[in-house]
Design a protein around this ligand. Structure first.
Ligand code: ATP
Length: 372
């Protein structure tokens, strides 16, 4: 990654949207090399992850390689060796690899419930200051779902809120968990959401909050978002309390365009929105910072189906599409997107989560075959 050039979000990342202003704000390494007449591979960090992670990562890698994208993969583990002996948790090698390369594709990492070390997924985002979690939710043609025409984007703050993981036992039987909301992070995520809306010609931004109860913390988030909203007069701004937002989303998702929210609401609302378009096997995401971007599926490690060869790799493959767009590999991105859509339209090689019988390998072959 070029230390001189600020890593900036590429609006073309959101499939199928026509940006209204200048789009690619950062000259990627690959683009610089092509400008000089040489097409050289860009190195991308691949973190296979755990549970179904290695299965879907292997599939996504094969699909991306078949797209003609010039990528050299640097495979690393995000879990430090020490943790297996009960100490430490986040591999320094993973952080330095993503910092060096600027781009990463990652499978999910397991997080023990109610015990053990902090989440590696969250740790990576924080360590790399990947402050914006971008989750486009859109119907895939041919996938039956509760709603048609869903096309919204969740912008989730990625570095603070209850995910700060600051908890302690005040006295036996009483535990305190700190929700950290700062002016800096709230303003930064609000600005990201509005700039994203402007660049992708989206018309509306909704801030999701619970400031009627958490008057100070969510109140600060709202205050910062309102201040940023005033700078973007052409974009319609509204505020929705999180519980009402959930109901409105399942009643009429078409009323939403870009939704910006603190970390925890973003996590919950993302899974809800995945359900609107067919489930967790389909929804991609990008964690974007000023120096690097890490792309991963919204789903977790799915231990119930791990190792069975039946996981749906679509979410990670489409996260790869977001990554390719960000890297300036727009033709390869379009090829993968079109192939995935063709496979779903045909409906023959659909995995079990969507009612089909195909294995991960069969689906992957079908997508690769659709690119030929
Ligand atoms: P984690 O603790 O890592 O979050 P989880 O099982 O609690 O794991 P998810 O991994 O998000 O949460 O899975 C929720 C449900 O969705 C599970 O039943 C899982 O099998 C299913 N699922 C998630 N991802 C996929 C996928 N890629 N393909 C098929 N089913 C999936």
């Amino acid at each position: 990654m070029d230390g001189q050039t600020k890593f900036t979000y590429n609006a073309k990342i959101d499939a199928g949207r026509k940006p209204s202003g200048p789009v690619c704000l950062r000259q990627t390494a690959g683009r610089r090399q092509r400008n000089q007449g040489v097409q050289m591979a860009q190195t991308v960090t691949l973190i296979p992850g755990e549970g179904i992670g290695p299965e879907v990562a292997h599939a996504a890698r094969r699909i991306i390689d078949a797209s003609g994208a010039q990528i050299r993969w640097e495979e690393v583990s995000a879990r430090a060796e020490m943790e297996r002996r009960g100490q430490g948790y986040l591999a320094a090698e993973a952080i330095t690899s993503v910092e060096r390369n600027g781009y990463a594709l990652k499978g999910p990492m397991a997080t023990p419930i109610a015990e053990g070390p902090p989440s590696i997924n969250v740790g990576l985002r924080k360590a790399l200051d990947l402050y914006a979690n971008l989750r486009p939710v859109k119907n895939l043609p041919g996938v039956k779902s509760r709603f048609e025409g869903v096309d919204l984007v969740i912008v989730r703050e990625n570095t603070e809120d209850l995910y700060s993981g600051i908890e302690h036992e005040v006295v036996p039987g009483v535990v305190e968990s700190l929700k950290i909301i700062t002016e800096k992070a709230s303003t930064r995520i609000a600005r990201f959401a509005f700039e994203y809306a402007r660049k992708t010609a989206r018309k509306r931004v909704a801030a999701v909050h619970k400031a009627n109860i958490m008057k100070q913390s969510d109140g600060l988030f709202l205050g910062c978002t309102r201040a940023v909203a005033r700078e973007f007069g052409e974009i319609e701004y509204r505020e929705v309390i999180v519980d009402n937002a959930c109901m409105q989303l399942v009643l009429n998702p078409g009323q939403f365009d870009v939704l910006v929210m603190p970390n925890l609401y973003g996590d919950v609302v993302s899974d809800l929105c995945a359900g609107l378009v067919g489930g967790l096997g389909l929804v991609p995401s990008g964690n974007i910072g000023d120096k690097a971007a890490l792309f991963e599926a919204v789903h977790g490690t799915a231990p119930d189906i791990a190792g069975k060869g039946i996981a749906n790799p679509t979410a990670l493959a489409l996260s790869g599409v977001m990554m390719l767009r960000q890297m300036g590999e727009t033709a390869a991105a379009a090829r993968v997107q079109a192939a995935v859509e063709a496979v779903y339209r045909e409906g023959r090689w659909v995995t079990r989560d969507l009612g089909g019988k195909a294995t991960t390998a069969e689906f992957t072959e079908a997508v690769i075959g659709a690119m030929k």
